[in-house]
Design a binder for this molecule. Sequence first.
Ligand code: 5GP
Length: 146
Amino acid sequence: MSLDGTYDEANIFALILQGKIPATKLYEDDDTFAFLDIMPQTRGHALVISKWSKARNLLEMEDEALAQVMATVKKVATAIREALNPDGIQIAQFNGAPAGQTIFHLHVHILPRWEGDPKGFVAHGHGGQADVAQLQALADEIRAHL
Ligand code: 5GP
């Protein structure tokens, strides 16, 4: 999959929005949904998606949906900062498989970063799939600031 293609209604994030597969929710409003990444690159790695846009990537995204997603990115990043006290926060977004995109429903990564920790992205995150109970506990910490 690359920059061109059609939106797959059965992509993982579409299934999460339809409630067909579970996700550890951080925040939701009428237009956006924020949840923890299941294979986190860092502690508190979160994702934000549009609930209505069928954009696969940034180049296809409606300006309105983009503004809604970025407003939620700011809101959730602020809560992550308050909850986890990172030294920095990386915001990332990939377009097309050669750029690292694996799920073709536009999403923005929020990655709290700590000095001295490894930078960059690794396949399947650090430590693979996270323990769901641990993710839920982390989500509770972050949600307390939303
Ligand atoms: P991309 O590489 O497409 O920018 O990022 C996709 C992200 O989705 C990856 O960081 C990956 O760990 C995450 N991911 C893949 N499958 C699932 C899932 O079923 N649930 C959640 N919460 N995250 C997922």
